[in-house]
Design a binder for this molecule. Structure first.
Ligand code: NAD
Length: 459
C-alpha cells in the first residue's frame, strides 16, 4: 500500500519503518530539514533499538523515502498518518497546531480519496476538527467532498514504548482503530484492515470502536499507568517512614493477578514526552467538561514531588549547602534504551544539585548529546551553574574523586558494577539510588552507604 507518514519523530519514524519493513511503499515527511538530511544521509536522528538497521534495509529496497516536500507527500499516500507532536500548551491542554497544519496540507493537496489517520495522541473530538479543516480546504479548492475527493478520519492511537518501540509496533498487544460508521468510514475500515492484517495473523488484535472512544482510550491507558507509578511512589515514601521495604511489598502485591507485576516500581517519578503531558491534557479535558479528575490531579502532584525525593535524601546526608561537593550521576534519559530527555527526572535532580553549589559529572550510554542540548537551554541564563556540569564518556570517569554516586536511570549496564572498584575510586563510598538497583544488605556488607527509594538503610 502507499502510505504517507507526517512527522518523523519517535512515533512517525518507527511507524514508517515498520510499515515499510512489511512491504508497503512509505513516504515520510517532516518540516525539520535537519532530520530529513540526517535520514537521507543514512543516519537516524533518534536512538531506538533496531530502527537504524530497519531503515537501512527498507531504503536499500526502495520502500521508504524521506522528504520535506508537502505536496508530494500528500499525493503519495492513500493512507496519511498524522504522527506530529502534540506538546502541552501553557494551560496543560494538548497543542493541536501541528496536527491541524498537517490536516490543512492534506486538504490543500489531496488528489483522491484519503484515509487520514490520527496517530498522534489527541484529545477527544480532534478527529472532528481535522475533518472540518480538510473539508474547508477542499471547498476552498472548489472540490465537493464526495468519493473522488473524499476522505475519512480514523483514530489509531499508538501504544509503543520508547526503547522498545520497534518490537512494540511489530508485536502489538492491541491495535485500536476508531472509525466512523458511514460510507467513507467503510472504505477506511477496509484499508486499515488490509494494512494491519500482517499484525493479526495469529489472532485478531484489532479493536474497532467509535472515533471518540479510540481517542479517549489512549489517554485512559497512560493515565492508568501514571497512576500506578504515583501510587507506588507514595507507598515507597510511607515505607521509608514506617521502616518497610517497598521491594518486598512490590513482590507481595504483584503476585496478585488482579494487580500484576508490571509498572509497580518505585523511583524518582515518571518523565518522558507522554505521561506528564497526557495526564495534564486529560485533567484539562475534564475541566472543560465540568468534571474534576481528582485522582489524576493527585497523580500529577505526587509525581512532581517525587522528583525531589532523591535530593531530599542527599541533603539529609550531606547538608543543604553542597558547595565543593562532586556528584557522579548515572543515567540522563527519562528511561533506558532511549535518548529522550523530555521531562527526564535527571533534569530536576541535576538542576537541584547545581543550585546548591555542587559539581556534577554525568554519564548516559546514549543521551549525552541530547542532554548537552537540553541543559544548555535550561541553563541559558545561568552559565556559572552550567560550567559545574560535565558530561563524560564512561561510567567510570564520573566516579573518580566524587563524594557520592547518584543513579537516575535504570540502564542494564548499571545493574552490576564492580563495587570494590567503585568504592576505591569514590572519595566517600555513598550511593543514592533512584531506581532501587541494589540490595541494601549487600551494600552494607561491602561498606557502602546506600540510600534507595522506600528501602531501609542498613548500617
Ligand atoms: P516528536 O516530537 O519526536 O516528533 C514529531 C515530529 O513531527 C517532529 O519531527 C516535527 O518536526 C514533525 N512535524 C511537526 N509538524 C509537522 C508538519 N506539519 N508536517 C510534518 N512534520 C511535522 O514526537 P513523538 O514523540 O513521535 O510523538 C508524536 C505523537 O505521538 C505525540 O502526539 C505523542 O503524544 C504520541 N505518542 C508518542 C509516543 C512516544 O513514546 N514518543 C508514544 C505514543 C504516542
Amino acid at each position: 500500500m502507499k502510505i504517507t507518514i507526517i512527522g518523523t519523530g519517535y512515533v512517525g519514524l518507527v511507524t514508517g519503518a515498520c510499515l515499510a519493513e512489511i512491504g508497503n511503499d512509505v513516504f515520510c515527511l517532516d518540516v525539520d530539514q535537519r532530520k530529513i538530511d540526517i535520514l537521507n544521509s543514512g543516519g537516524v536522528p533518534i536512538h531506538e533499538p533496531g530502527l537504524q538497521e530497519m531503515i537501512a534495509r527498507t531504503r536499500a529496497h526502495g520502500r521508504i523515502t524521506f522528504s520535506t516536500d508537502v505536496k508530494a507527500s500528500v499525493e503519495h499516500g492513500d493512507v496519511q498518518f498524522i504522527a506530529v507532536g502534540t506538546p502541552p500548551d501553557e494551560d496543560g491542554s494538548a497543542d493541536l497546531q501541528y496536527v491541524l497544519e498537517a490536516a490543512r496540507n492534506i486538504g490543500r493537496y489531496s488528489n483522491g480519496f484519503k484515509v487520514i489517520v490520527d496517530k498522534s495522541t489527541v484529545p477527544v473530538g480532534t478527529a472532528e476538527r481535522v475533518r472540518a479543516v480538510v473539508a474547508s480546504e477542499l471547498e476552498a479548492r472548489g472540490l465537493a467532498v464526495g468519493m473522488t475527493h473524499g476522505f475519512s478520519v480514523v483514530s489509531n492511537p499508538e501504544f509503543l514504548k520508547e526503547g522498545a518501540a520497534v518490537d512494540d509496533f511489530m508485536r502489538p498487544d492491541r491495535i485500536v482503530i476508531g472509525i466512523d460508521d458511514d460510507a467513507a468510514g467503510q472504505i477506511a475500515r477496509e484499508k486499515m484492515k488490509r494494512l494491519y492484517a500482517p499484525f493479526n495473523r495469529n489472532h485478531e488484535r484489532t479493536l474497532y470502536m467509535d472515533v471518540r472512544s479510540a481517542e479517549f482510550t489512549k489517554y485512559a491507558a497512560n493515565a492508568m499507568l501514571a497512576t500506578r507509578i504515583s501510587f507506588m511512589n507514595e507507598m515507597s515514601n510511607l515505607a521509608d517512614r514506617v521502616g518497610a521495604d517497598i521491594e518486598q511489598v512490590r513482590r507481595g502485591i504483584g503476585s496478585d493477578p488482579r494487580i500484576g507485576y508490571h509498572f509497580l516500581y518505585a523511583g524518582v517519578g515518571y518523565g518522558g514526552s507522554c505521561f506528564p503531558k497526557d495526564v495534564q491534557a486529560l485533567v484539562r479535558t475534564a475541566g472543560e467538561n465540568g468534571q474534576n479528575l481528582r485522582i489524576l490531579e493527585a497523580v500529577e502532584a505526587v509525581n512532581h514531588d517525587q522528583k525531589e525525593v532523591l535530593v531530599e535524601k542527599i541533603v539529609k546526608r550531606l547538608g543543604a549547602d553542597l558547595t565543593g561537593r562532586t556528584f557522579a550521576v548515572w543515567g540522563l534519559a527519562f528511561k533506558p534504551n532511549t535518548d529522550d530527555m523530555r521531562e527526564a527526572p535527571s533534569r530536576r535532580l541535576i538542576a537541584a544539585l547545581l543550585a546548591r553549589g555542587a559539581h556534577v559529572r554525568a554519564y548516559d550510554p546514549v543521551a549525552i548529546e541530547e542532554a548537552r542540548r537540553v541543559f544548555a537551554l535550561d541553563f541559558a541564563d545561568a552559565p556559572e551553574a552550567l560550567a559545574r556540569l560535565a558530561f563524560v564518556t564512561t561510567q567510570d570517569e564520573t566516579l573518580v574523586g566524587a563524594d557520592a554516586l547518584v543513579i537516575v536511570t535504570e540502564w542494564k549496564e548499571f545493574k552490576s558494577p564492580d563495587f570494590a572498584h567503585l568504592k576505591s575510586v569514590l572519595k566517600t563510598p555513598v550511593i543514592f539510588d533512584g531506581r532501587n538497583l541494589y540490595e541494601p544488605l549487600a551494600m552494607a556488607e561491602l561498606g557502602i552507604d546506600y540510600y534507595a527509594i522506600g528501602r531501609p538503610y542498613v548500617q
